[in-house]
Write a protein that binds this ligand. Structure first.
Ligand code: ADE
Ligand code: ZN
Length: 339
């Protein structure tokens, strides 16, 4: 058993087809265009985003979001996760007719319930959607800067990376940074290394969502290592979206070997037929990570988490005490075997 932490999962993208079907029944909606045989259907990034938007439109109340968040965090806790950051999107809430305030309150309630039940710690990263353009991303940043919430600790940008230049969003990210939020941005997933370099230059993030295509430029890899920019890697998502043909072709091990901090994440688990355990298993099977290395991945995530120092120290202490307990178990198993 390895304790886990996740820094990159979109809360709307964590809704299972079953939960989406239940919301569709509640609202009398037809999901046959994007759920078939209990699975989400899409065939490329654009159709994935479309299915994702349609499913998200079925979460319409504070309680719908409390449900979804509680559901997801309980499932993570069952997978031995002790910490989770979820991307949230006020744009999706507004499109579904829910106020950003009620949306965030619902999410926070789900987080409180999951923490009370399992101890799992969690935070939200507000996002703007790149394909909606600079003005929409500025609105998302302004909302979160003007309406701080203790559980919203970061700001990021998701959506279609092939649209617009990072510099178009610099002002929005300044607003978020000035509000004290941690900064991450999706880049180097659908577009190549230049997209990562441009995001770093224009938006000054401490982490990059995906970022794996940085591998295309050795100077950029060196820069990521020197500046210790963390890559929130999502191998299962990358293979589903055909960023790479298969896991052996995935650059995570090469990036890690070059000294770039990397973590393991599920992105939009049911869309990509994955979950956090699956991602840790992929690293074990295809990248040769043993339990010690996987525990270090969790530690890397906790060190880069957008969380206050007291909580960070508690989480790291939990990771360390689990290691000690397991080392003790191994000694016990060893002495029992020898007796
Ligand atoms: N929104 C949800 N999942 C995403 C992904 N993999 N890339 C960009 N935007 C997203
Ligand atoms: Zn993502």
């Amino acid at each position: 058993m390895v304790l886990k932490a996740e820094l990159h999962c979109h809360v709307e993208g964590a809704a299972s087809p079953g939960l989406v079907e239940r919301k569709a029944a509640k609202y009398g909606a037809d999901v046959s265009a994007f759920i078939v045989g209990g699975k989400f259907v899409w065939h490329d990034f654009t159709s994935f985003l479309h299915a994702y938007d349609q499913a998200s439109a079925l979460f319409r109340t504070e309680e719908d979001y409390a449900d979804l968040t509680e559901d997801y965090l309980l499932s993570l806790a069952k997978q031995d996760a002790i910490y989770s950051e979820v991307f949230i999107s006020t744009d999706h809430a507004i499109s579904a007719g829910l106020s950003p305030r009620a949306y965030i309150e619902g999410l926070a309630e789900g987080m409180r319930r999951a923490k009370a039940a399992t101890g799992i710690e969690s935070r939200m990263i507000a996002t703007g959607l790149r394909h909606k353009g600079p003005e929409a991303v500025m609105q998302a940043a302004k909302y979160i800067a003007e309406n701080p919430h203790p559980l919203v600790t970061g700001f990021g940008m998701a959506g279609d990376e092939r649209m617009h230049h990072p510099r178009d969003f610099a002002q929005a990210f300044d607003v978020a940074r000035d509000a004290g939020l941690g900064i991450t941005v999706h880049a180097g997933e659908l577009s190549g290394w230049e997209s990562v370099a441009n995001a770093l230059d224009a938006l000054k993030p401490s982490r990059i969502g995906h970022g794996v295509r940085a591998i295309e430029n050795p100077d950029l890899v060196r820069r990521l290592a020197e500046e210790q920019i963390l890559l929130e890697c999502c191998p299962g998502s990358n293979i589903s979206l055909q960023v790479y043909p298969d896991f052996p072709a995935h650059p995570l091990p090469a990036l890690a070997k070059a000294g770039v901090p990397v973590t393991l994440n599920s992105d939009d688990p049911p869309y990509f037929h994955t979950d956090l355990t699956c991602e840790y298993d992929i690293a074990a099977e295809f990248f040769g990570y043993d339990e010690t290395m996987l525990t270090e991945v969790t530690r890397t995530a906790l060190k880069a988490a957008y969380v206050d120092e007291e909580t960070r120290n508690q989480l790291i202490a939990r990771l360390d005490s689990d290691k000690t307990v397991r080392a003790g178990d191994a000694d016990f198993a060893g002495s029992a075997a020898n007796s």
